[in-house]
Write a new protein. Structure first.
Length: 449
């Protein structure tokens, strides 16, 4: 690492370190606060940057780090303005009365600036969780300025009204059935809820490497999609196209398509796909052609980090990042420019300009967390990344969960209602009580871009 700056700071100094992907911890940190690190190897693969060591004693940003001195001086921004092939790692450590900034990249590839030299084209979209704090306010302005500049350079996609979405995930998880989708489409109509998109999440297919193979337990996928389209709404689907299970037919039959460790999920070791391999590209073209031909034009692309794993590829000139971007470009080409692509588990800076929306935090809770025991896992990053909305894409803060069984529904509603971006919820409509219905209607009223 090369030292690129030493910044005198006051006791109220803060550092913002942008995480690698949607699920990477991202926040403002003060001296002495927790440095988020993976506790297990699989967490490094699935929540941090695979192949890049995580510092023990420094805050680590992937492509972007901001130091707010906390004494009234402008914040310092350290960020790349081009994430199409490489993304530098940037670290900040507290040393006496200074913050020392280091990077693994050529310092000339970074933009070092005060926000006064940048243009804030959309300051009204910036949400501050603590606007009374001078330090956070200075830093937030710096992030907004960087976001305007980076988004313009990457030709970011945004500007439409945020979709209003009903999603199956937090109610049914992988046990969703076609009849559940059809029931809730009818219930949405009966309740007069202003929903634009009905999204079928994980559970509709046989899973990683078997994306368009029907899951007999789900029932008729075409019938479920047809019910959504017949209601006059957009049909949405979840897919994790750059990931396969080590025991999947794709991995077993085409070992040359597969990259290294991508963590573990669905009872299998996960692998990434070489998105430069002609066979993989043909496979993805078939998968998304099938999805398009069903009339689906709202696609949540999950576990996308698997496409940017380190490793050798068919195209020897490709970097992990350029290969990843080529995969997203292929999906866009197949689905068309009017399709709405929502990234999740996706490298942040390399995805700008290629997706319409981005999940900006991890899942609110996993199966079994309805009792509140898992806390609000996404709150920190949802709030910290609010500046990306309207600059990089439409933010997705994750779904409101409004049914009474979710013990933290009021606390989570406060977060989701305050967050900019997609207005999504995930409850069985007939299971909502009066308060839950009130929260959903409040959420759906907010349709600004």
């Amino acid at each position: 690492m090369t030292v690129i700056d030493e910044i005198p700071v006051g006791p109220d100094a803060r550092v913002y370190a942008e995480g690698w992907q949607s699920w990477s911890p991202t926040t403002w940190s003060a001296r002495g606060e927790e440095i988020h690190r993976p506790a297990e190897p699989w967490q490094h693969a699935m929540r941090f940057r695979p192949g890049t060591p995580v510092a023990d004693d420094a805050l680590q940003g992937e492509g972007l780090l901001v130091v707010d001195p906390g004494d009234g001086r402008e914040a310092r921004v350290f960020g790349t303005l081009d994430a199409s092939r490489e993304v530098p790692t940037i670290r900040a450590s507290w040393r006496d009365d200074r913050v020392v900034v280091e990077t693994d990249a050529d310092p000339g590839s970074l933009s070092l600036s005060d926000p006064g030299s940048l243009s804030l084209s959309n300051p009204g979209s910036l949400s501050l969780s603590n606007p009374g704090s001078l330090s956070l306010s200075k830093g937030a302005a710096a992030l907004a300025a960087f976001g305007d500049r980076f988004g313009a350079a990457a030709d970011a996609r945004f500007g439409w009204a945020a979709p209003r979405v009903w999603c199956t995930w937090y109610q049914y998880f992988e046990e969703v059935h076609a009849s559940d989708v059809i029931e809730n489409v009818r219930a949405i109509d009966a309740a007069g809820l202003d929903v634009d998109v009905v999204q079928i999440d994980d559970g509709w297919s046989l899973g990683t490497g078997e994306w368009t193979a029907p899951n007999p337990r789900f029932g008729s996928f075409p019938d479920a999609v047809g019910a959504i389209l017949d209601s006059g709404r957009r049909a949405g689907i979840w897919v994790a196209p750059f990931s396969v299970g080590a025991t999947s037919s794709v991995a077993r039959e085409h070992p040359g398509w597969v990259l290294g460790d991508a963590g573990r999920n669905w009872g299998d070791d996960m692998r990434g796909l070489d998105l430069t391999h002609p066979g993989v590209r043909d496979y993805l073209t078939r998968v998304f052609s099938d999805i398009r031909d069903l009339g689906i034009d709202y696609v949540k692309l999950d576990f996308l980090y698997s496409g940017a794993l380190p490793g050798s590829r068919h195209d020897a000139d490709a970097t992990s990042i350029s290969a990843y971007r080529s995969g997203l470009e292929l999906i866009r080409e197949v689905l068309g420019d009017d399709a709405f692509l929502l990234g999740c588990g996706a490298p942040i800076l390399p995805s700008v300009g290629l997706v319409d929306a981005m999940r900006v935090a991890g899942d609110t809770f996993h199966e079994g967390g309805e009792d509140g025991s898992q806390g609000l896992r996404g709150q920190m990053s949802v709030e910290a990344r609010s500046w990306q909305h309207g600059r990089f894409w439409t933010n997705d803060p994750d779904c409101l969960v409004a049914r009474p069984e979710f013990a933290l529904r009021e606390e989570w509603a406060d977060v989701v209602l305050a967050a900019p971006g997609i207005r999504g919820f995930s409850d069985r409509i007939d299971g909502l009580d009066a308060r839950g219905t009130e929260l959903v209607r409040q959420l759906l009223k907010e349709t600004s871009a």
